[in-house]
Design a protein around this ligand. Structure first.
Ligand SMILES: N[C@@H](CCC[C@H](N)C(=O)O)C(=O)O
Length: 291
């Protein structure tokens, strides 16, 4: 038995249990993660974020090779204990956790390099919290049909990879968005080998105002179920909507999710187009667990 000092935090309602494990001594099992995330018998969360020094875990070697400044690695687990490559809301909450615990510094205009399983991601302070450069993205995963409970017909989705896999589906109205029952896992046909997070999106009316695109979204996350927000999902949803809107569609987006609002921006970088995500990050309380 060990004592685990943890912090509960969230980004637009996507909530996490965070703990510092600088030397990589407390790698929770999938069953332990699932027990901690259980909303009735545990702390309750959509996932667990372990702050571990990149030099202290095998995946950290690739992060340090990519950027020697990536001292900290965000070891992310979904609520069911499964590993995911990336978490867009998580990286902002992770950064807040590092800063508030004196484990890292970040001044305006500076960048904090964070190791993740999808590569090193650069985080900066932003007016609404933090902004993370999620790097390159790809139309990847085809166009599976998506069936969700309470939606009358199957819809074509669009597969997008932003470090982790997503399928984005356009719905016709807010009524459709609200009536979808996401307590059931959406059925994808064909089913991606590694599964996918599924985003249901409705365009605001007007879609673009003052050069900023505006959409509303709900999500069913792989390994966590319906959540109040998914940062990488918001990024995938904005990318898919821009793709569907065609030429002239904006590179800046506001994405409303049940837990709040995040911002998405597409921009040119040396190695091609990158996409960034901005939004709030809050730490709510500290506690101790016996694991
Ligand atoms: N909530 C996250 C995404 C977490 C990982 C996802 N469930 C997966 O399995 O890929 C976000 O804010 O991006």
């Amino acid at each position: 038995m060990a004592t685990l000092a943890f912090t509960k935090g969230h980004g637009t309602g996507n909530d996490f249990v965070l703990y510092a494990d600088p030397d990589g001594e407390l790698d929770l099992t999938p069953a332990q993660v699932a027990a901690i995330c259980d909303r009735h018998f545990g702390v309750g969360a959509d996932g667990v974020l372990r702050a571990v020094r990149s030099r202290s875990l095998p995946e950290g070697a690739a992060a340090l090779a990519e950027d020697p400044d990536a001292e900290w690695f965000m070891d992310y687990r979904n609520a069911d204990g499964s590993i995911a490559e990336m978490c867009g809301n998580g990286i902002r909450v992770f950064t807040r956790f590092l800063l508030d615990n004196g484990l890292a510094d970040l001044s305006p205009g500076e960048t904090l390099a964070v190791g993740t399983r999808s590569g090193v991601r650069d985080v900066q302070l932003a007016t609404n919290g933090f902004q993370a450069d999620l790097g390159r993205w790809a139309l990847d995963g085809g166009e599976p049909l998506v069936r969700a409970k309470e939606l009358p017909v199957a819809r074509p989705g669009l597969g997008i990879n932003v470090g982790n896999p997503h399928v984005v589906v356009a719905l016709a109205s807010d009524e459709e968005l609200e009536s979808a029952d996401l307590s059931y896992i959406p059925v994808l046909d064909p089913e991606p080998v590694d599964g996918a997070n599924v985003e249901f999106v409705v365009a605001a009316d007007p879609l673009v105002r003052d050069g900023v695109g505006h959409i509303r979204m709900r999500v069913h996350e792989r390994g966590s179920g319906e959540t109040l927000s998914c940062g990488t999902g918001a990024v995938a949803a904005a990318l898919a909507t821009r793709y569907w809107a065609g030429e002239g569609a904006p590179n800046q987006w506001r994405v409303d999710v049940p837990g709040g609002t995040v911002g998405v921006r597409m921009f040119a970088a040396e190695d091609g187009e990158h996409v960034s995500l901005s939004g709030p990050a809050e730490l709510v309380f500290d506690g101790e667990l016996t694991v």
